[in-house]
Design a binder for this molecule. Structure first.
Ligand code: GLC
Length: 699
């Protein structure tokens, strides 16, 4: 291969959305392109791959990239919603189905899973994340990698993004500065990526953000020392959209040629659409500023991925429009059902289907909005809205009014008409939240209240005295304290995808148990952010004795008289709902937490008895948390180390055994990764603020 042809393999250009303009054809014919992004028309892709194989100088097929983030034509809940299922197997199945649909049309590379641990609901991209916890993110990320890549019939190369620490962008403002000490990177933000690399992920995407003074696209420590050196990653690194040329904007490269050199030296194999590699790499090599051997290494890693993706396999795949299957929608419904979190239930759910239901709210009949962010190829025609699902069940006993034009509508003009409908019904269901565009990339909020007049609508309807059920559809945690007080039942549905309506109806009427559990803490107000369960203990933790509300402080109180511990004067120090929380329609009890004999590779093993103490079958997620009581660096008050989703019949008892390895108890103390024997406290329960606990001594 000539130098130009090698460099062509490092170049990704944008497709022409179903057409094949001459410039694109020419670029492929002369081998100047190795990958195309955002082309999903099967006929165009058949022709592009034919040209690459038969007319280019080297016959190397193309990587065809697309953001298949939570489904392709069939749309699953946003990743934050999928995380609420705590169901690795189901998430893997969703990824496999997504790959099956996308690969039929010629897409062979997805920029998913997004593994950014996210602890700031102001950040729009929390919607794409698996939430605040490294273990949950790691397990679900690895599941998606398996789901995408392991179906040899319809593989989709996965891409781990955004490497790394993007979720900690200051003020929850997308693309903003990120400062994370190595101890935090290694204990919180890097582990999900390492787990997914070990699961076989073939590509990684550095983040846009400025991480500790060097954007990852130019960060050799991150891409060479950690990713390839420590983890032995041998796939390809693709820059995020034009982020190589943005090194100039960040101010770490004098010009685009320098930016190209810096990214290549740092180990970025492929330039996503910035044009910097195409424009400068050859001259840099010819001028002796860049070694051609470096280019060879970058190209070899791209070719390794193309071979692993089966692009050279015979027979040649012929692409066609993805087939629609009932099984796809059934799976989307199952994932949506398991993503819905029941947060409150004053015995109004499950809802009997005999009564008269009034359905209100701007999110009740929105086939597109319910899909959430990142649904380039979502087939809106497949959507079943909440109104459609309720109408099919309640028929003439259903009344409906959106009341508000959009979630941001501040008008209360429709409130009285809505109240009249509610008055004529036995129960009111309010579908509220945010449209898809209010979260996702670059869509961040400084305030996380329900937009518009939605809270006022809840207040107005609740005043009627009818049972009020609120379903929130949103791409982020919202501050919904007032809604919690006024609702008789509250469900957090995230953006549930194609089958939102059927899934919500099934959960509300008890067709399935309410089984979602929060993958992220719900704050009482934005001023608490960042608020997450795995926080530091501090030397002066708040206690009931030291917490005082701002209104209760004596104006003459001496300066040191209010406790001097870690809390805000004007809000309850606890979250609105803790990580891992969710109600079922039955109840579970945990008993007899005990230590068990350990095998050689175990640091500690715990057993616990779980009983379904209610009157109906149900689902819970048993969660095991650990605190390292004394260590060479401060450790979080709790860290999730294991979880198991289980279904028990009424009265059924099951013994669970949790095995915790030394590696699971190891941590980075700012100098090295260490395992330190000693005293640990262990909790097992249904969320991060409860559970049976025991102290164990680990040798
Ligand atoms: C975007 C996103 C990234 C996505 C890429 C391609 O800017 O940051 O997540 O995969 O560009 O669309």
């Amino acid at each position: 291969m000539s130098l130009e042809q090698k460099i062509g393999q490092l170049v990704q250009v944008e497709g022409a959305y179903g057409s094949l303009p001459d410039h694109l054809r020419e670029a492929v014919v002369c081998g100047a392109v190795g990958s195309i992004i955002n082309e999903v028309d099967p006929a165009t892709l058949n022709e592009l791959q034919r040209i690459a194989r038969e007319e280019s100088p080297h016959g190397i097929p193309l990587l065809i990239g697309r953001d298949v983030i939570h489904g392709f034509h069939t749309v699953f809940p946003i990743p934050l919603g999928m995380a609420a299922s705590w169901n690795d197997t189901l998430v893997e199945q969703a990824a496999r189905l997504s790959a099956w649909e996308a690969a039929q049309q010629g897409v062979n590379w997805t920029f998913s899973p997004m593994l950014d641990v996210s602890r700031d609901p102001r950040w729009g991209r929390i919607a794409e994340s698996f939430g605040e916890d490294p273990l949950l993110t790691a397990r679900l990320g690895a599941a998606m990698v398996r789901g995408y890549q392991n179906d040899t019939e319809h593989p989709l190369v996965s891409c781990l993004k955004h490497f790394v620490g993007y979720g900690a962008c200051e003020a929850g403002k997308d693309y903003n500065t990120t400062n994370l000490p190595e101890i935090e990177l290694r204990n919180v933000y890097l582990p999900p990526f390492e787990a997914a690399v070990r699961a076989g992920a073939l590509t990684v995407m550095p983040s846009f953000s400025d991480l500790n003074g060097m954007p990852p696209s130019g960060n050799a420590w991150l891409l060479r020392d950690v990713l390839r050196g420590e983890w032995q990653f041998d796939g390809l690194v693709v820059s995020d959209w034009a982020s190589i040329s943005q090194l100039v904007v960040h101010g770490v490269a004098e010009n685009e040629a320098n930016a190209a050199a810096q990214a290549a030296r740092a180990g970025v194999n492929m330039d996503m659409v910035s044009g910097a590699y195409a424009a400068h790499l050859a001259q840099l090599v010819e001028a002796g500023a860049l070694n051609e051997q470096l280019v060879d290494e970058l190209v070899l890693e791209v070719l390794r991925v193309k071979f692993a993706a089966g692009l050279f396999d015979a027979p040649v795949r012929v692409y066609h429009m993805a087939t629609q299957t009932p099984a796809a929608l059934a799976l989307a419904q199952e994932v949506a059902e398991q993503s819905i979190v029941l947060l409150k239930n004053n015995d109004v759910l499950p809802l009997a289907i005999e009564g008269r239901v009034c359905l209100l709210g701007p999110l009740a009949d929105q086939p597109y909005e319910q899909l959430g962010t990142w649904v380039f190829d979502g087939d809106v025609a497949r959507s079943v809205t909440i109104r459609e699902a309720f109408a099919a069940t309640f028929g003439g006993r259903l009344s409906y009014d959106p009341v508000l034009e959009t979630s941001r509508d501040r008008s209360q003009a429709g409130f009285d008409a809505a109240a009249t409908l509610a008055w004529q019904s036995d129960v009111v269901v309010l579908a509220l939240g945010e449209e898809a565009i209010l979260s996702g990339e670059a869509h961040c909020r400084s305030d996380i209240q329900l937009p518009g007049a939605q809270s006022a609508l809840v207040e107005h309807i609740a005043a009627l005295g009818k049972p009020v059920i609120v379903a929130i559809l949103a791409g982020r945690p919202l501050a919904i304290s007032e809604v919690v007080e006024r609702a008789d039942a509250l469900l957090y549905a995230w953006h549930p995808g194609s089958m939102a309506g059927t899934a919500l109806l099934n959960v509300i009427t008890g067709g399935v148990d309410a089984s979602g559990r929060l993958p992220v803490t719900l704050p009482r107000r934005v001023g608490q952010v960042p608020i997450y369960y795995a926080h530091g203990h501090t030397g002066k933790p708040a206690t009931p004795e030291t917490v005082i509300h701002i209104d209760d402080i004596d104006p003459k109180a001496p300066q040191t008289s209010i406790g001097n511990t870690s809390f805000h004067l004007d809000v309850d120090p606890s979250p609105l709902f803790p990580f891992g929380f969710g109600l079922s329609y039955t109840t579970f009890e945990f008993h007899n937490l005990r230590e068990e004999a350990v095998a050689d590779d175990e640091a500690v093993a715990m057993a616990v008895d779980v009983i379904n103490s209610g009157a109906r079958a149900g689902v819970t997620v048993a969660q095991l948390y650990v605190r390292d009581l004394v260590a060479s660096a401060t450790r979080p008050v709790r860290e999730l180390k294991a979880y198991e989703r289980l279904t028990l019949e009424a009265g059924e008892r099951r013994t669970l055994r949790f095995s915790i390895s030394r590696d699971a108890l190891s941590f980075h103390n700012g100098r090295a990764k260490v395992f330190e024997p000693g005293r640990f406290r262990i909790w097992v329960g249904e969320h991060a603020a409860c559970g049976l606990s025991a102290e164990v001594l680990v040798e």
